[in-house]
Design a protein around this ligand. Sequence first.
Ligand SMILES: *Cc1c(COP(=O)(O)O)cnc(C)c1O
Length: 466
Amino acid sequence: MQPTEPSDPDTPVAANPVFGDEPITVPRFELSDGGLNPAVAYQIVHDELMLDGNARLNLATFVTTWEEPLARRLMAESFDKNMIDKDEYPRTADLEQRCIRMLGDLWHAPDPSAVLGCSTTGSSEACMLGGLALKRRWQHRRRAAGLSTEKPNIVMGINVQICWDKFANYWDVEPRLVPMDGHRLHLGAAEAAALCDENTIGVVAVLGSTFDGSYEPVAEICAALDALEQRTGLDIPVHVDGASGAMIAPFCDPDLVWDFRLPRVASINTSGHKYGLVYPGVGWALWRDADALPDDLVFKVNYLGGEMPTFALNFSRPGGQVIAQYYQFLRLGRRGYRRVQQTCRDVATSLSAKIAALGPFTLLTDGSELPVFAFTVRPDQPFSAFDVSAALRERGWLVPAYTFPKNREDIAALRIVVRNGFSHDLAGLLLDDLGRALETLGRQTGPQRGPETAGFAHGTEKPPAR
Ligand SMILES: *Cc1c(COP(=O)(O)O)cnc(C)c1O
């Protein structure tokens, strides 16, 4: 891929007029011979970054954009620690293990001390590992029975985050995608079971669909697979992609059964850097027990003179995110997490109700599952969802608009992700700006922008054609 550069590529990077005393330019795409004074170099980079969007106003992302100062300080103190150096930084390694046990307990593992898990760079890596474990288990079972391992498939809703399209593509597993249908905008239990056969390595259930924030019916999906096993003998494990929801449901919906309480759930991932409340760079993958994670996927690294098992795609990785995760667990506890997540949900449900009351919009979801909601523009309006996204962008708000996949390509939606730090106050300011934008948009003669103008789909983008 080429770097994108709006200006003439022959134009060098200029430090003036900020440093007006001597003409300073450096090449744009090559290392300069001599380098620069650090203050000048800093200012150039800093100034260029001013044109990035404001992260706190980025309502497209699920990823943490505000962290407590003391968590930031711990991250800064550990910039120099590499997560893989278990022997050199045994305390960091130990904090990681404590986080895994805490998550095992939070997700009701029958024996949290038997849970196997690891930190990752995010849910994408965690999902790769979850999928690989499913594939390897299936291969072992098939080989033991003298059956072919040529054609593995994985069953999931078409709404899965793009990381699952990557998993299928990179590891040669056929993706069996259940399309949307009518009001069902995520995976259905019967539809999932219907696509399974002897080559199915597992079913992915998403706790918190990227498209609209709705929870998939994990318990129903497991029950449908229980019935399938009774009928056919096929025993198909479930991986729960709880990138967002695995850090919401335990605190806000304690009675919802979606986790290791369901014997069919083999593994769960979450993004520590989403509702785990840590800045970008950490995810978690957990397996219910050793049976769920084949031994031959696990490598050993040195640790305090002995060995420690690791399962990861990366080798080197920053330690600070894991340290900040442990800080958040200590600092907030169950009640603290509940306060933060419930406040996000309250902001989301109250904002969605007010947006619905404006008139031109229809809610697809209201923020009562993930604190995330999606809404469409009524067909009688002279503007599109993409027009609304562009108008809000003029005021600094980043609210994505995107079309839905098969069989609801007719839906073009806007989505708002409420995160820690997006207060009732900020929601009120957004609503004011939306109201003002509608006055202008309402005077249009017809929609101006279509899906081709959608810059940021954030996890809802289409996979490449295979
Ligand atoms: C965000 C997300 C992912 C990818 O997670 P990263 O932490 O960004 O790598 C996977 N699945 C779901 C459901 C998500 O929301």
